[in-house]
Design a protein around this ligand. Structure first.
Ligand code: XMP
Length: 514
């Protein structure tokens, strides 16, 4: 069962833009999925796509061991669009010729449509269009029965088609915003595939709820609710689908933001979700006593979390399912044969939870991108403040208090964080920043307050802008605003002598300090 009626399937040959193709198609109201380039034909037939897009990729079709799709996709009699490597692959498959280009094209390029055709409907013919290219090979000879429909500065054949077979190739990347007519071209392809728009928030929400209902039946589900966007949206979906069969477990690790417990209560009580709150803060802080190594801290927290969750889950009889907030980029990254494993983020997962518990997984949002998760959350009645929340790491404030942790440092950081975030909201900056946080540096610095000399901690404020949290730059907050925030923190939080602002990018820095 898929989440919407008509589907465009994207076969991933390792392009860095593959996810973007799926996002663009979905933005046009059509469901799309990314699958590995060599997906079995039976699996493809089961998905029943209305069209296939073959992505770009780093290979050359002239390599001895080049990547190829299952040949049978060419007999499915559905439209196929090849992008970049995908175009070259189609050229070769149907008897054309691909050669190494003596002039590579990377980045902004010029493209001219040489023939009026449905794929370029609404895009002007015979004038230069700005497109995004990234190729070293080019098609030098067309396959039989294919015609040239566009050229670029360095390739005479930069687009081709076979109207009868409904097979199209374009050398540039329509999914990248630098290609100004890219979205229109993808829309035209969707029309060629005769897709009906059904990827709307309302439909997706309904389909997900129905799918959970039929998958789970009368069984019980538990979910670790963190108060973040993903787990809150999963809770809302499960709640609408199975109501009282769902139990959410919220673990207070003692390392949470100020008021976190009451915030989570607010979310669940407005949606009438079953919530179990476990105050395990003593256990976590005891286990962390005297530990200053960041990796050790993370491991201890991970273990305490699993133990606490397990113990609580055992109290609920006959649970068969564990809810998880896996989202689509995680699925693509871990299933794609071409993507490098995501080592930077691997330590973030609370590994072992499902395996140890022998529960079946229910992952209702595993087909959604983050922006879609947010839209579904709003549709299901979650408040905007939850939906737009910045990420907060599982180990919580523990990775923002450098070195050893104690009650006093947690109190200080909770209060500082609260002021910083409140200031960003009130100045309309919160939603312009992707993640903001405060760090306690356990060195003491001298200051003067009133007439008294004080000797207290240093606080670093950090705010970053990022699209995927893999790279990030420090947000530009004016000196005036930083000054005012610093004054508030020093005046209102005992124990802080100095405030600094972190301007490090990622890389080389990470977003968190530990
Ligand atoms: P770094 O610090 O590696 O973080 O640049 C990238 C993003 O991941 C978040 N992060 C975590 N999230 N558990 C999580 O759920 C963790 O242990 C963890 N560590 C970092 C971080 O806040 C940022 O958004």
């Amino acid at each position: 069962m898929t989440l919407a009626k008509d589907l465009i399937l994207i076969l991933d040959f390792g392009s860095q833009y593959t996810q973007l193709i799926a996002r663009r198609i979905r933005e046009l109201g059509i469901y799309s999925l990314v699958k590995a380039y060599d997906t079995d034909i039976k699996d493809i037939q089961n998905l029943n796509p209305k069209g296939i897009i073959i992505s770009g990729g780093p290979n050359s079709v002239n390599f001895k061991q080049t990547l190829k799709p299952n040949k049978k996709i060419f007999s499915l009699q559905i439209p196929i669009l090849g992008i970049c490597y995908g175009m070259q692959l189609l050229a070769k498959e149907f008897g054309g010729k691909v050669i190494k280009s003596n002039k590579k094209e990377f980045g902004d390029s010029k493209f001219i449509i040489t023939k009026k055709t449905k794929l370029f409907d609404g895009v002007e013919i015979k004038i230069e269009h700005k497109v995004w290219m990234s190729h070293a090979d080019k098609v030098s000879n067309l396959p039989k029965n294919f015609i040239r429909i566009g050229e670029s500065t360095n390739s005479k054949i930069a687009a081709f088609e076979n109207q009868n077979k409904k097979i199209f190739g374009i050398q540039f990347h329509p999914e990248v915003t630098h290609t100004l007519s890219g979205k229109r071209i993808l829309k035209n392809f969707i029309e060629i595939c005769e897709c009906e728009k059904s990827w709307t928030v309302k439909n997706i929400s309904n389909e997900m709820i129905n799918k959970v209902k039929s998958d789970i039946g009368k069984e019980k589900v538990i979910l670790a609710l963190s108060g973040g966007v993903d787990s809150s949206v999963v809770a809302a979906i499960l709640n609408q689908a199975i109501g009282k069969q769902l139990s959410c477990i919220f673990i207070n690790t003692g390392l949470l933001r100020k008021n976190e417990v009451s915030e989570v209560k607010k979310i669940t009580s407005s949606l009438k979700i079953n919530l179990i709150i476990v105050d395990a803060s003593r256990k976590f802080l005891l286990a962390l006593r005297g530990v200053s190594d960041p990796e050790k801290k993370r491991k201890i927290i991970g273990k305490c979390f699993i133990d606490t969750f397990n113990a609580e889950a055992k109290k609920i009889k006959n649970v068969r399912y564990l809810g998880q907030g896996t989202i689509y980029p995680d699925v693509i990254e871990s299933s794609s044969k071409n993507s490098k494993s995501d080592v930077i983020k691997s330590h973030h997962n609370v590994g072992g939870l499902p395996k140890k518990m022998k529960l079946k997984l229910v992952e209702p949002i595993r087909d959604l991108f983050k922006d879609e998760v947010r839209k579904v959350g709003l549709e299901l009645g979650l408040p905007k403040t939850v939906i737009n929340r910045h990420p907060f790491p599982g180990p919580g404030l523990a990775v923002r208090i450098l070195g050893e942790i104690n009650h006093e440092k947690i109190r200080i950081l909770q209060n500082v964080d609260y002021i910083f975030i409140e200031e960003l909201w009130s100045r309309n900056l919160y939603n312009k920043i992707d993640q903001a946080l405060a760090v306690l540096i356990p060195s003491k610095s001298v200051g003067v307050m009133g007439d008294k000399r004080q000797y207290d901690y240093v606080i670093a404020l950090r705010a970053v802008n990022t699209t995927d949290f893999m790279t990030a730059t420090a947000s530009h907050i004016s000196h005036k605003i930083l000054n005012e925030i610093s004054t508030r923190i020093i005046n209102e939080v005992d124990g802080v002598a100095r405030v600094v602002y972190d301007i490090t990018s990622k890389p080389p820095g990470t977003i968190e300090w530990e």
